[in-house]
Design a protein around this ligand. Structure first.
Ligand SMILES: Cc1cc2nc3c(=O)[nH]c(=O)nc-3n(C[C@H](O)[C@H](O)[C@H](O)COP(=O)(O)OP(=O)(O)OC[C@H]3O[C@@H](n4cnc5c(N)ncnc54)[C@H](O)[C@@H]3O)c2cc1C
Length: 311
């Protein structure tokens, strides 16, 4: 990126802008290269200014949430990585006659919503317990478990569209599928309204605790990961196939297939994205050869490899 473009970005008056900014610490995988520019707008006005500039200059960009479903390649992310600031993390409650309307900014941590629901007895989102990341990312991924998916509870979302205009869309007008939400290219989710029910706090708490206990019993601890690497194929579980194929514990460099949950690739902080990608490919190819099933990655892969970054 030309120095004058970088200078112009600093002059947009955003809350935070940094260059060559490490992203590893902003993702649960904890690896990969830096963002050429990391921009953290703190209000819709700042974000709108940034998006007008990005579009006018035709700069590539990527919206980062809590970074828990992401693999950043080793050469980093060219262009601008946008991370919404605290100004987008507000949570509001409106008690309606027949439901609780919970409005959350896209940068509100999912865990914070679950805690609030547990404390106040708002039922409907208990299945999100233990899913890391932010609400914007959760909606973009249609995060969930066998107990439900987040879009089931959404009333509407507010977004900045590709022309940098605010737009509100009702759930019935959104097309969502297993771990995916179809949004027009260039859309940034800014806020989400949920429909919940008032229940006894103990009942919500019991469900949340159950979910946390199940996770604790089945997911790896003390290692870094991005959760499930692959989507479950129709009628089966990716983890079951990977386990049955004998791939648990198989490694590439310092990354390995978790012994606790076969659909997790984990490391202790020293692996590279290239090693993770190599292992993903090995797992995918083995499952294709053995079962004729094509596994599709659930995690999003962004950025360029080291060689490409050096060019
Ligand atoms: C230990 C562990 C367990 C997990 N368990 C589960 C699980 O049970 N179920 C499940 O579904 N997921 C699970 N995940 C994956 C992940 O936590 C979820 O998908 C999460 O909701 C992603 O949110 P995020 O904010 O971290 O998104 P990110 O990883 O930051 O981004 C994911 C995608 O969403 C897009 N995005 C992010 N914010 C926005 C926005 N504001 N507007 C538009 N697009 C946006 C990004 O561009 C990217 O493409 C797990 C992850 C880990 C590490």
């Amino acid at each position: 990126m030309e120095p004058e473009i970088k200078k112009a970005i600093t002059e947009l008056g955003l809350e935070h802008v940094s260059f060559d900014a490490p992203l590893a610490g902003l993702t649960t995988f904890g690896l990969g290269g830096p963002a050429e520019v990391l921009a953290e707008p703190d209000s819709p006005e700042e974000l709108t200014r940034l998006m007008h500039f990005i579009r006018a200059q035709d700069i590539p960009w990527f919206i980062l949430g809590g970074g828990s479903n992401l693999l950043v390649r080793d050469g980093g992310v060219p262009g601008v990585v946008i991370r919404l600031g605290h100004g987008f993390a507000e949570i509001k409650i409106a008690v309606q006659e027949d439901h609780i309307a919970l409005e959350a900014g896209a940068a509100a941590p999912t865990a914070q919503i679950v805690s609030l629901c547990r404390r106040e007895g708002y039922a409907g989102l208990e299945f999100l317990a233990g899913i890391p990341g932010w609400i914007g990312g959760a909606v973009a991924m249609n995060a969930g478990t066998h107990e439900g998916q987040i879009l089931d509870r959404v009333i509407r979302i507010t977004c900045l569209n590709r022309d940098a205009e605010l737009e509100s869309t009702l759930r019935k007008d959104l097309v969502a599928d297993y771990r995916s939400l179809e949004l027009p290219e260039g859309t940034i989710i800014l806020g989400v309204e949920f429909r919940l029910e008032q229940a006894a706090p103990e009942a919500v708490e019991a469900k949340v605790k159950d979910n946390l206990a199940r996770r604790s019993a089945t997911q790896p601890k003390g290692v870094k990961s991005a959760g499930c690497i692959f989507k479950n194929p129709a009628g089966d579980y990716a983890g079951r196939l990977i386990d049955e194929a004998g791939l648990k514990g198989k490694s590439a460099g310092r990354a390995w297939v978790s012994e606790d949950h076969a659909n997790f690739i984990v490391h202790r902080g020293k692996a590279t994205a290239e090693q993770v990608l190599r292992l993903i490919e090995r797992v995918r190819q083995t499952i294709l050869d053995k079962y004729n099933v094509e596994l599709e990655t659930e995690i999003r892969v962004v950025g360029v490899d080291r060689e490409e970054a050096a060019e």
